[in-house]
Design a protein around this ligand. Structure first.
Ligand code: NDP
Length: 298
């Protein structure tokens, strides 16, 4: 298409269940891109603004499902999907479930959809609502399930956010989603401890923030090194700061917390794993921190 050409290609009609913060952002994006949209929300008043903008509003979830082949679900949790779709006929529908859940819930939901004659994709949204429909903000969604189904709907699914298909196993989108969010919470824990230390000495949060941000950004290089070590099965490859040295520093962190009157409870679980991996005889001292991952297998 030339630069100023108008895109007149027919747009796939979409049914969207759920107009909470995220569902409303998705609805905005599909409407703005000219997709015929049918919406349903348990609390009907939330659908009214979308009717004003040209969306068809269904009175029931079953009615919304009946309207279009592509049915995107953005409800609160897996239980709300069960409840909302209990009476809907899913035969011949393509269900794309963007509800945050576990890999096991996604696999069970895929089997549930197949039993009802529907094709199924699971998705994990890596964005907050204000990022949706703003490509420069970098929103994307992990998808898993049938690659064929994903390719069929890729262009439509790419309207609100980028797409990243991660495997045929319907649980993989949730697995990737939860893995990334788990890493984020680990980071939040460290950031909380850092600000608690700063506050204990009346250091202004705003004066710590720039250094903290650039330090964490620099440290993300370790992610690629960890992946290389795991793939090589050798945790001594490319080590910059070995486990023996880092474990020797643990008392400094604990003593600093004690001196400053800050609880070490966010740090101690990780330090305990470092010490266990090092071993009493220090046998794994030349490794990176990667061996901690082996200790997490249950
Ligand atoms: P909200 O709490 O804003 O909205 C929840 C939606 O689920 C509403 O439409 C609500 O309907 C509906 N709902 C809740 N329970 C039921 C039920 N039993 N039956 C039918 N409908 C129900 O959540 P979000 O829109 O923010 O989140 C939706 C999904 O997106 C969640 O799985 C969330 O984890 C995920 N997500 C959200 C992100 C965010 O930052 N907001 C980021 C990434 C993923 P009603 O209006 O009637 O209450």
């Amino acid at each position: 298409m030339t630069e100023n050409a108008v895109d007149t290609a027919p747009k796939t009609p979409v049914t969207l269940l759920g107009l909470g913060a995220m569902g409303a952002a998705l609805a905005d994006a599909w409407l703005a891109a000219g997709h015929p949209l049918t919406v349903w929300n348990r609390t009907a008043a939330r659908a009214e603004p979308f009717a004003d903008r040209g969306a068809a509003v269904a009175g029931t979830a079953a009615g919304a499902v009946a309207a279009n082949r592509l049915v995107v679900v953005c409800l609160l949790d897996d239980a709300s999907v069960e409840e909302a779709l209990a009476g809907a006929d899913l035969t011949g529908r393509d269900v794309v479930n963007l509800v945050t859940g576990t890999p096991g819930q996604a696999r069970a939901r895929a089997a549930w959809a197949a039993e009802r004659g529907a094709r199924y994709l699971d998705g994990g949204i890596m964005a907050v609502p204000p990022m949706i429909g703003i490509p420069a903000a970098g929103p994307y969604v992990f998808y898993s399930g049938s690659s064929e189904l994903f390719e069929e709907h890729r262009a439509t699914l790419a309207v609100p956010a980028g797409t990243s298909w991660v495997g045929e196993d319907p649980g993989f989108a949730a697995l990737h989603d939860v893995a990334l969010l788990s890493a984020m919470y680990g980071m939040f824990a460290g950031v909380a401890h850092a600000f608690a230390l700063a506050r204990s000495a009346s250091v202004a949060p705003g004066s710590l923030a720039p250094a903290l941000t650039s330090w964490l950004t620099a440290m993300t290089r370790s992610v690629a090194t960890t992946a290389e070590q795991l793939e090589a099965g050798d945790y001594t490859v490319g080590v910059v700061s070995n486990l023996a040295m880092q474990t020797a520093g643990v008392p400094t962190f604990l003593r600093t917390a004690e001196e400053q009157g800050v609880s070490p409870e966010l740090l101690t679980p990780y330090f305990g794993l470092m010490e266990r991996r090092l071993g009493e005889d220090g046998r794994n001292g030349a490794e990176d921190l990667t061996g901690v991952i082996d200790l997490l297998r249950q």
